[in-house]
Design a protein around this ligand. Structure first.
Ligand code: RRO
Length: 339
């Protein structure tokens, strides 16, 4: 990556250039714009810090951190698919000690608002992680990753069961000093039921969605492409699934803030999620092809709003839910037929 370093110089944290107010609020927390990174696609931000000022984004969302360092699954663990990508990373990471010593301070020194993603293999581990994060400078919110598809057994995908999903959130909520967002999986029969369980357990918001479980087979070698056999599918291929999940959950719980993600590459893609009901969005897989993608999406979203005559992000959140029966198009009243 270092061969192609360029830095974009744009004023940091100006919420309203061109007269467009990009600011958003999630669970009472202010963000100057609604574009975040997505967990897992930029470690703890240092890699993207070569390309742009990390404080320019609404927030940086870290790769899910566990209690202990972890090397992840064997390689190969990435594969390209039509309009998407499969990953089988398996929660590689430095562990909470190194994260607290090195990564979170790096983000805090740069003024980034940081959403720390946490992952555990038991309810108790999640609680301990939240405890370790208490009161840390730079911590803005916790994203509870209960939906990683690359674990030893599906029983560890806590988000596939409303009871286990709720148990994890209860443990984190008890220990946490900041808002807690639960990251859900689309690989369930009824995502609204899982959303209800975690919100009832105390989640202040939801991150929708994690990757879909998928796989690819090498037709020459005649075996799975990924050493871990299955992996998480991300990228534009999953965007309609993600938009559907955001839309369904927002329809059921319009007051619960949602961070929407899944295949966002442009400002117009981001706008689609806001219209479905997200209050913010995360840009993930797009950074592998274009490390500037998150800041570009901020600029493109501003332009997309201006082109539609909209002056603030708040005006488009959930707007696609407007009841068609009561929707009155702007313009002169239709003339009554006198007959
Ligand atoms: O590390 C991973 O393999 C991984 C995680 Br934690 C996740 O939440 N989603 C994903 O697609 N991969």
């Amino acid at each position: 990556m270092s061969d192609m370093v360029t830095t974009v110089h744009v004023p940091a944290n100006d919420p309203a250039p061109l007269g467009i107010d990009l600011s958003t609020r999630l669970a009472g927390v202010y963000f100057p714009n609604p574009v975040f990174t997505a967990s897992g696609c930029a470690a703890a931000g240092q890699e993207l810090g070569q390309f742009f000022d990390v404080a320019r984004l609404g927030a940086m969302v870290t790769k899910s951190i566990m209690l202990e360092p972890r090397s992840g699954r064997p390689t190969p663990r990435m594969a390209e698919t039509p309009s998407g990508m499969l990953n089988s990373i398996g929660l590689q990471g430095p562990g909470i000690d190194a994260f607290l010593q090195r990564d979170l301070p790096w983000l805090a020194e740069r003024g980034a608002r940081t959403v720390v993603s946490i992952a555990g293999s038991s309810v108790e581990e999640y609680g301990r992680l939240a405890q370790r994060l208490r009161g840390r400078p730079g911590l803005t919110m916790i994203e509870v990753n209960i939906s990683c598809p690359n674990v030893e057994d599906r029983g560890q995908v806590f988000a596939c069961n409303p009871r286990t999903a709720a148990d994890v959130v209860t443990a984190v909520r008890r220990a946490s000093s900041v808002p807690v967002f639960a990251k859900l999986s689309p690989d369930v029969t009824d995502i609204v039921a899982i959303a209800e369980a975690v919100v009832t357990a105390g989640a202040e918001g939801l991150s929708l969605i994690n990757t879909l479980l998928g796989m690819a087979i090498d037709t020459h070698a005649m075996r799975p492409v990924l050493a871990g056999v299955t992996g998480g599918l991300s990228g534009p291929a999953i965007r309609p699934v993600a938009v559907r999940c955001v839309y369904q959950v927002h329809a059921a719980f319009p007051d619960v803030p949602i961070i929407g993600m899944g295949g966002i590459r442009t400002g117009v893609d981001a706008l689609e999620f806001l219209l479905a009901g997200a209050s913010a969005v995360s840009v993930g897989t797009a950074v592998f092809g274009d490390p500037h993608a998150p800041v570009r999406v901020v600029d493109e979203l501003r332009t997309a709003l201006a082109e539609r005559g909209v002056t603030s992000v708040a005006d488009v959140i959930g707007r696609a839910h407007r009841d068609p029966a009561t929707y009155v198009p702007e313009g002169p009243d239709p003339v009554e037929d006198p007959a």
